[in-house]
Ligand binder design. Structure first.
Ligand SMILES: Nc1ncnc2c1ncn2[C@@H]1O[C@H](COP(=O)(O)OP(=O)(O)OP(=O)(O)O)[C@@H](O)[C@H]1O
Ligand SMILES: [Mg+2]
Ligand SMILES: [Zn+2]
Length: 211
């Protein structure tokens, strides 16, 4: 999505140097993808090995001063999630943004993620409903391909903030496939105002003192 697949990570005195992306190199990336020899390699590891690498990604990367560290996790409530919480808790105020699609099977997964956050004491900044409706570019009719409203209903039930709905947007998908800058290039797309609104709320939430 950042067009950084071919990047390599090297070592400096203070650890691994992250890959710098974004307009002025202001975003530092670290991914296991940078450490694989071939892009088709699979990471067939058991929990303890994954946990060790996650710890290294926190402790042994020369992150420097960061405003925010975003950790993109796989779905579920597994080794990776616990390892991330354990590795980061001593350093910073943790908070989670949960993303679901509207249909019941996805919402059920995210309900379990909410329980995970509660049990591990991770503050929930809010819930996002992605792929929430598709507006036809020809006739502007909105079709709710994956049903509608599941995320908002879950947020209400769980008593966490609902951050907003992101529609299915071919321009968003295109921009991610081609590693283009969505914010610069697609300001008139249907997902843009939704994402901007969600980002602002997350920013407001992370600037608040954590409870
Ligand atoms: N609102 C959207 N409109 C169009 N395409 C989208 C939208 N949201 C996500 N996509 C596309 O769907 C694909 C999957 O998205 P993404 O990687 O964010 O899902 P994910 O939930 O993180 O998946 P995983 O559970 O595997 O981590 C990507 O190719 C992305 O470009
Ligand atoms: Mg993902
Ligand atoms: Zn149409």
């Amino acid at each position: 999505m950042f067009g950084a697949q071919a990047s390599a990570v090297h070592q400096c005195d203070s650890g691994w140097v992250p890959v710098l992306v974004g307009q002025d190199g202001s975003i530092s990336l670290m991914s296991i993808g940078f450490l694989l020899e071939r892009p088709d390699d699979a990471v067939v590891w058991r929990g303890p090995k994954k946990n060790a690498l996650i710890k290294q990604f926190v402790a042994d990367v020369a992150w420097g001063e960061l405003d925010v560290l975003v950790v993109d996790t796989p779905p579920g409530t597994s080794d990776e999630h616990l390892a991330v919480v354990e590795a980061l808790r001593p350093h910073t105020a943790l908070a989670a943004v949960l993303v679901t699609t509207p249909q019941a099977v996805a919402v059920a997964d995210v309900r379990r993620e909410l329980t995970f956050c509660r049990k591990t004491g991770v503050r929930v900044l809010g819930l996002v409903e992605n792929m929430s409706g598709f507006v036809c570019p020809h006739c502007s009719e909105c079709t709710n391909i994956f049903s509608k409203g599941g995320g908002e209903e879950l947020a209400r039930h769980a008593g966490v903030p609902f951050l907003g709905c992101v529609p299915l947007d071919p321009q968003l998908s295109q921009s991610l496939e081609e590693g283009r800058d969505f914010i610069q290039e697609f300001p008139r797309s249907s997902a843009f105002p939704a994402l901007a609104h969600i980002a602002q709320q997350i920013l407001d939430g992370t600037l608040q003192p954590s409870s």
